[in-house]
Design a protein. Structure first.
Length: 183
């Protein structure tokens, strides 16, 4: 059991390092803003397309999350230079962007594993892979929420639906260190 816990902690640490250092370009001089758990509010009944807890007027985040990374790259010549290739028509290093996007995929895979193994009873593949952070235009309701300072993802369990006619709703609360990676 200790080895399993160690594996989970190691995966969480590596995921945090990957997110903050490689994807958000954190450094001691320019750290990533902390998640202000006490000021995050959510309205799970809001079904507007694109809605999530970050859009709640009561939520007070330290930065505009939709623009923060774009602005960080724009303000830092050293970060920008990682993605530039002088002498090309666009000036953009496509391979560097592809490598960055590969790291995004790697982070998302690690996050999915963490959500799967730390969120209580493990979800089935289709449940875990259908998690949405925002409502969709097609009427798909998001299933990541904030409740009392905790991240919860809610899935529907369809196994046995033909027999019972019932869909089971399952709430899976994530530990803070995993919830921070989600937010």
């Amino acid at each position: 059991m200790a080895q399993f816990r160690g594996m989970v902690h190691g995966l969480a640490s590596e995921s945090r390092r990957l997110l903050t250092e490689e994807l958000m370009f954190s450094s001691k001089a320019a750290p990533v803003p902390a998640v202000p758990w006490e000021s995050i509010r959510d309205n799970p009944t809001d079904e507007r397309p694109g809605w999530n807890f970050l859009k709640d007027h009561r939520t007070n985040m330290p930065v505009n999350g939709e623009r923060w990374l774009f602005e960080r790259v724009g303000e830092s010549a050293s970060i920008r230079s990682r993605f530039m290739k002088p002498g090309t028509q666009s000036g953009v290093d496509r391979q560097a962007i592809e490598r960055y996007m590969d790291r995004v995929v790697e982070f998302r895979e690690k996050l999915a594993v963490l959500m799967h193994i730390t969120g209580g009873q493990p979800a089935r593949g289709p449940e875990l892979l259908s998690v949405r952070h925002s409502n969709t235009v097609q009427g798909g309701h998001r299933n990541i929420f904030i409740e009392d300072g905790m991240v919860v993802f809610v899935t529907r369990y369809h196994k046995g639906y033909k027999v019972s006619g019932d869909v089971k709703i399952i709430h899976r609360y994530l530990p803070r260190e995993v919830g921070e990676l989600v937010v």
